[in-house]
Structures are given as structure tokens and as C-alpha cells.
Design a binder for this molecule. Structure first.
Ligand code: ZN
Length: 410
């Protein structure tokens, strides 16, 4: 099956295995059994046979040129010499455990390539599947940095159920669904911002989060988890840990802040933040400082643990680049979607050093839904209509984001 948009470099191939099958052997992880490379015209096809269907993410990287296939916990039972000799556009490949519960295949290519197609098909009469990735040569200029958000086609409508067979009805593999972690900011002892009419930020963002969870779950496509589902304080570290522990494929932190009085009347609208050490502007920097102070407000010592991750530095670099590209990609889709629904701020996409976004492997954004210090914004935000409009816009963006990477399910 061809990709709906050829420049797509990021693909998730998700496979729904029969639920009963999974329940019968919950501990077994998929096994990678065999690889095969074929040359057809200008393209080279890389095939991987696995004992069962899993979610795979495929994308390209430059310097040096590579194709990366990310898989969940997979046991490799490949011929020890597999990967030493390439064919066609492939010079060689490596495989192994990449991080906790994450396996990876890195395919070195002789030059820049694009992922022409990727699909996973079930082998007749077995639970085994074959992942086939067709690579085509492309020029250096068109390739750019690979995997970048800018390289992703601007498909802007979620695929209908009709356009994505296997998604509706029937048992779904719960392990194969991307996990979306929703993070309602503040809570408990930390009320967050207090609105012009006395409403707390923590209350508004929890209401939106619950609605968003409902909407996302209704699609049947995602595992949805909340960092808090009641009025309780959760430290920033624990929010990060929660995202990591749940292997979040996407992390969405929800906020509704206030700003100083003299600007409150004139400033309104939503802003989507992604992580960066350099703030886009003064407002972004102040917002990050404010949100990062949540732990201090709750009386928790704010220790920056720095580099205590066990994964090797080079892998962290790699992950961070991909993660930040995916975050930027989602932020772009979300800004587009939200702007059709609610008022956006003057600069709707910004970045700053938000602690809750410092995630190595989960693409993440922090959404300031509006300023509750603005009376109009605050009144609107309290209405169920506004909340469900926002939730459905975010749901639409989540679907677009993941659909860009979905190709086929057997
Ligand atoms: Zn906040």
C-alpha cells in the first residue's frame, strides 16, 4: 500500500492482533525472526518478519543517512550475520534494545532516501507479520535534515474511518495503541492562576482534560491516561515520571494562565508551547518560570537532577532531536486546528524551558488555553460548550498527528 502523501517520513505501522490471542499469552513479546532485502527498479525493499504484529515507527535521519525503525520490546532472533551486508540502497543495518521497552533497527543507507511505502501484512494462517519498507533514492536538497517536522506533508483532516480500515469495530490490540498522556496542570495545594472572577486554573484545566479524555477514547484509537483525574497535587517530576512509565507517544499539558493586571484586559487567546532552552520571547520565559514554580508553591524542593539517565549520551541526543521534531509537528497541527475554534494569542506557537516538557522520548506540548485573568476568556472557559469545542479540536489534531504516520494494518 502506498502512503497517502509521499513525503511522509514518519510512519507508524500499527497492527491489531486478536485480543484473545494477546490475553492468552500476556508476557510474550514479539520476536524478530528474519530480514530480507530486495532490489526492484530504483527502490530497495527491506523486509522484517516478526512473530506477531507490533507498532512500528519508521523515519529517516541525516548525518549519516539512516532509516530508523522503532519497535516496542522485541526479541531479536536474527541470523548473527544479518545486517553486515547490505543490498541496493542499504549498506548495512544494526538492531537491538534502544531504551527500556524500546527496540530499534538502524539501517545505514548509501545516500539520502525517502520512505516510499511501508506496510505490515499478516502471513497466512499464522500470527506472524511481515513489515516491508520500500526506500527510494532522493536528492540531498530535498532530504534536508530528515525526520523534520517541515518534511511532513500538511494533511490537515483526520482520515475518516472508511479511509483507515481496521480502525473501527472488532477487537483492538490495546498494546498497539499509541498512549496519549493528558496532564491537567496544578491541582490540590497549587491552584494555578486565579481568574478575574475567582475561578482557579486547576479546575478549568481538569474539566477540559476529562472532556478530552472522553473524546479521544471515543475514537477507539488511543490509550488515554491522565496525570491527575481529581483535585490533587502532582509534582512536575511525577508528571514526567508518569509520562515515562506509561511510554507516552504524546504528552499534552493543559494550562490556563493569568498575566499582570494592566495587560489582562487586552491580552487573550491560546498559546502552544514546546520545549526549548531559549525562550521565544519575554512572555514565554515568564510563563515557563511561572509554571516551573509549581513545585515550589507546593513546598517541594526544586532539584534539577540533570543527567542521571542511564542511556548513553549519543542515544539521548538522537532521541531528543526526534522528540523535538515530533513535538514541533504536533504543535503546528494543533495551532492550526485550535485557531479554527478559539481565539489564539498574538504569537500562537512559542517555546521556552518548561520543566514538564523536558522529556527524552515523549513528544510533548504545553497548551495555555487562554488567560483566565481576562474576564471574557474566563467566562467562556467555564462553559461546557467552550470546553467541548476545545477538546474536540485537540482530538482532531491528535488524529491528524498520528494519521500522518499510519499506513496499514493487516
Ligand atoms: Zn498553569
Amino acid at each position: 500500500m502506498r502512503l497517502p502523501g509521499e513525503p511522509l517520513l514518519n510512519i507508524i505501522v500499527a497492527v491489531a492482533a486478536a485480543l484473545c490471542l494477546l490475553l492468552a499469552r500476556p508476557a510474550a513479546s514479539a520476536e524478530a525472526l528474519e530480514t530480507h532485502m530486495t532490489i526492484t527498479g530504483r527502490s530497495t525493499i527491506f523486509e522484517l518478519t516478526m512473530s506477531e504484529g507490533v507498532t512500528a515507527q519508521v523515519f529517516t535521519l541525516a548525518n549519516p543517512y539512516r532509516v530508523v525503525v522503532d519497535l516496542p520490546d522485541v526479541t531479536f532472533r536474527l541470523d548473527p550475520s544479518a545486517g553486515q551486508k547490505g543490498a541496493g540502497l542499504i549498506s548495512e543495518f544494526r538492531y537491538g534494545l534502544f531504551a527500556r521497552h524500546k527496540s530499534r533497527i538502524v539501517i545505514d543507507t548509501k545516500g539520502p532516501v525517502k520512505i516510499h511505502s511501508a506496510n505490515m501484512t499478516r502471513l497466512k494462517g499464522t500470527s506472524a507479520v511481515k513489515l516491508a519498507i520500500a526506500l527510494m533514492p532522493m536528492d540531498v536538497a530535498a532530504f534536508g535534515g530528515g525526520t523534520g517536522a517541515g518534511m511532513v506533508a500538511a494533511a490537515d483532516e483526520p482520515l475518516s474511518d472508511a479511509g483507515s480500515p481496521g480502525r473501527s469495530g472488532g477487537p483492538q490490540n490495546p498494546l498497539g495503541k499509541p498512549v496519549v498522556v493528558i496532564d491537567p496542570g496544578h491541582g490540590g495545594i497549587d491552584p494555578g492562576a486565579i481568574g478575574a472572577n475567582g475561578v482557579n486554573e486547576k479546575t478549568i484545566v481538569l474539566a477540559v482534560a476529562m472532556q478530552l479524555k472522553d473524546d479521544l477514547e471515543k475514537t477507539g484509537l488511543y490509550e488515554v491516561r491522565l496525570t491527575r483525574s481529581e483535585d490533587v497535587f502532582v509534582s512536575l517530576d511525577n508528571r514526567l515520571k508518569y509520562s515515562r512509565d506509561n511510554d507516552a507517544s504524546l504528552f499534552i499539558s493543559l494550562h490556563a494562565d493569568s498575566i499582570e493586571e494592566k495587560a489582562a484586559a487586552s491580552i487573550r487567546g491560546a498559546t502552544i508551547y514546546t520545549l526549548s532552552n531559549m525562550a521565544t520571547d519575554k512572555e514565554a520565559r515568564i510563563m515557563a518560570e511561572k509554571e516551573n514554580a509549581s513545585d515550589l508553591l507546593a513546598g517541594i524542593e526544586n532539584l534539577d537532577r540533570g543527567n542521571d539517565d542511564q542511556v548513553k549520551n549519543i542515544l539521548i541526543d538522537l532521541m531528543k532531536r526526534e522528540t523535538s521534531n515530533f513535538s514541533a509537528d504536533f504543535s503546528q497541527v494543533l495551532a492550526k486546528r485550535l485557531s479554527k475554534t478559539i481565539a489564539m494569542s498574538r504569537v500562537p506557537r512559542r517555546s521556552a524551558a518548561f520543566k514538564v516538557l523536558k522529556q527524552t522520548d515523549s513528544p510533548s506540548v504545553l497548551v495555555e488555553l487562554g488567560y483566565i485573568s481576562n474576564r471574557t476568556d474566563e467566562e467562556q472557559m467555564l462553559t461546557p460548550e467552550w470546553q467541548s469545542k476545545v477538546a474536540s479540536a485537540i482530538t482532531g489534531a491528535v488524529q491528524i498527528y498520528f494519521n500522518k504516520r499510519t499506513v496499514a494494518r493487516p
